[in-house]
Design a protein around this ligand. Structure first.
Ligand SMILES: NC(=O)c1ccc[n+]([C@@H]2O[C@H](COP(=O)([O-])OP(=O)(O)OC[C@H]3O[C@@H](n4cnc5c(N)ncnc54)[C@H](OP(=O)(O)O)[C@@H]3O)[C@@H](O)[C@H]2O)c1
Length: 234
């Protein structure tokens, strides 16, 4: 499978890449902004599986140029895309009244608009039977328990959830399935920002493995679904 994953430099995305690159049939383009962390990811992936096919690239899903920067790289390395995992995300934890418009804009740009841009660029090189997996959050899941400080983040994730349902309809002719995993918690830097001192029962590598497995097989069973992935609150 030819796979693109964003937010690959840390947390869940980092671990999902390590899981996916264990199999030589997978060709994985791993995107994030931090060059050093991507270098570390490459070294660990090659350490675990020296024959793995991993193509790390520094790319900002909000500010960098898709047509001249990312697309030529993808076409050269893997040609087409079978699986896109939109995992990159940011969280700014502030009371609503202290959250500036710039804070809101940053979360909306990364958590929804960056994924919109990525999907628009990649759909033309995704064959029938491809899978887009958006990484959402229980924070944006309708009816879930909400927490102070996370209004902007939760609203941005709710937008991603709605986008998932809409795209599954719009891309049905192309036979591209679109799903969203609304994650509860996994132990990462982002979780520490959202819930300082809280310890998740789910390690980052466990969630990364779950996402990798779902990306490979979930489209056979689901389309247009926003699936809660949570055993605790948060
Ligand atoms: N951990 C949880 O409990 C939890 C719960 C619910 C949902 N989630 C979701 O799961 C996903 C992964 O989160 P995580 O917990 O693993 O957080 P994390 O460790 O903070 O990772 C976030 C990743 O996103 C990347 N990123 C941020 N802005 C980017 C941009 N503009 N362009 C490209 N990459 C960008 C970061 O890399 P660079 O800084 O190197 O670019 C990093 O690799 C996020 O979408 C998050 O909202 C996590």
């Amino acid at each position: 499978m030819n796979i693109i994953i964003t937010g690959a430099s840390s947390g869940i995305g980092f671990e999902a890449v390590l899981e996916l690159t264990l199999r030589n049939e997978n060709h994985v383009v791993a995107l994030a902004r931090s060059h050093d962390k991507l270098k570390k990811l490459y070294e660990i992936a090659k350490g675990l599986n020296p024959d793995c096919n991993i193509y790390p690239a520094r790319f900002d899903i909000v500010h960098d140029d898709y047509e001249t920067g990312l697309l030529p790289f993808i076409k050269e390395k893997i040609g087409h895309v079978d699986i896109l995992i939109n995992n990159a995300g940011v969280l700014i934890n502030k009371p609503f009244m202290e959250t500036s418009t710039i804070d809101f804009a940053e979360m909306l740009q990364t958590n929804i608009l960056g994924h919109v841009k990525m999907i628009r660029q990649l759909v033309p090189i995704m064959p029938k039977g491809s899978h887009i997996v958006n990484i959402g959050s229980m924070g944006g899941f309708q009816g879930s328990i909400k927490f102070p400080g996370l209004a902007g983040y939760s609203a941005s994730k709710a937008a991603l959830h709605a986008l998932t349902e809409c795209l599954a309809i719009e891309l049905s002719e192309e036979k591209i399935h679109v799903n969203c995993l609304a994650i509860g918690s996994a132990q990462t830097e982002m979780l520490e920002k959202a819930f300082p001192n809280y310890e998740s029962p789910i390690a980052a590598f466990e969630m990364g493995k779950y996402i990798a497995d779902f990306a490979l097989t979930g489209h056979k069973f689901f389309n247009g679904k926003v699936l809660p992935v949570a055993v605790t609150t948060p």
